[in-house]
Design a protein around this ligand. Sequence first.
Ligand SMILES: Nc1ncnc2c1ncn2[C@@H]1O[C@H](COP(=O)(O)OP(=O)(O)OP(=O)(O)O)[C@@H](O)[C@H]1O
Ligand SMILES: [Mg+2]
Ligand SMILES: [Zn+2]
Length: 330
Amino acid sequence: MGYSVKIQKAAADRLSQRRLTAKRESDFRREEIFAKLPKAAELEKGIADSGIKAARAVVSGGNVTEVLEGLKRQNLAMQEELERILVSNGYPADALEPQYSCKRCSDTGYYDENGRTLMCSCLKQALTECACEELNRHAPLKLSTFESFNVDLYPDETDSNGVNPHRHMERVVRYCTGYAGSFTPESKSLLMCGATGLGKTHLSLAIANEVIKRGYGVIYVSAPAIIAHYESQMRSRSDTDELLDMATDCDLLIIDDLGSEFINQFSVSHIYNLINSRLLSRKPVIINTNLTMRELEKSYSYRLVSRLNGEAEKLNFFGKDIRIAKKRNN
Ligand SMILES: Nc1ncnc2c1ncn2[C@@H]1O[C@H](COP(=O)(O)OP(=O)(O)OP(=O)(O)O)[C@@H](O)[C@H]1O
Ligand SMILES: [Mg+2]
Ligand SMILES: [Zn+2]
């Protein structure tokens, strides 16, 4: 997919920062090693000098092949001795080289294969990370974690439906922590249903935090926000759209507050297509809603709801509005 110049620059900066850090750390390490092991410094200088000697031999003529062969042997011997000294002093054999995060591209983002320059997977990963961070910059991700989710806020007594909200929510949280901890791009979709203020947004953001930490691309949007986005996209007639591309392609899409958007043909068909395309390509989506299955069916068609029923794990939220409970405790 295509990324905006802003995202490309942010990803390139991220890699060049890694490269700089690796270089800086290796400068420190070299200084430390050379201070402790002067012989290592001498050998490294000898190795560098043999390049100059080789160039001189080529220019001055004579039996160049023989001289070059000799220099090569010397060079190899010096390298072996240098490595021996490093290893016997507890350093890795390549301790004098910068230790890049990505061995394949040395944190440049590109590598050569059979004469072709290819984009490295670490740059692709950085592009996804930067795009998701940018698109999620307004989501209250940091505030909503599993640690800050308190099951004691749910009443520990059987309600009129015969459900003990506390015990039930304990199971829901256990399911969600397991889901986040073992998430893969082939994980199931989730449908979180329940009245207002019961922690649906909180728990889905807690999952998002964990899944992002594990290196996956996650996009969080609310249904009204994505509809507003579709509308402005239609007006601007632009043909590139990071949010919609990422919403379709990311490893995990979270659609919050489904049903709170203004329901009309336009919104229903866009939401339907988005969810349907994720379900068809077996990419997980977490949907949060205050609507019952019957209400969802009325707004978004029987087909979508029956597909969701078949493919998503339904998590019901019970209890009393935690927004109110928290206010009372403050
Ligand atoms: N179990 C919990 N422990 C701690 N804080 C919670 C818990 N559940 C909800 N909250 C907090 O209560 C507030 C409301 O929760 P949240 O927004 O997740 O509810 P919701 O189910 O998404 O409601 P709505 O349907 O209105 O969107 C948030 O500030 C959230 O952090
Ligand atoms: Mg919510
Ligand atoms: Zn790389």
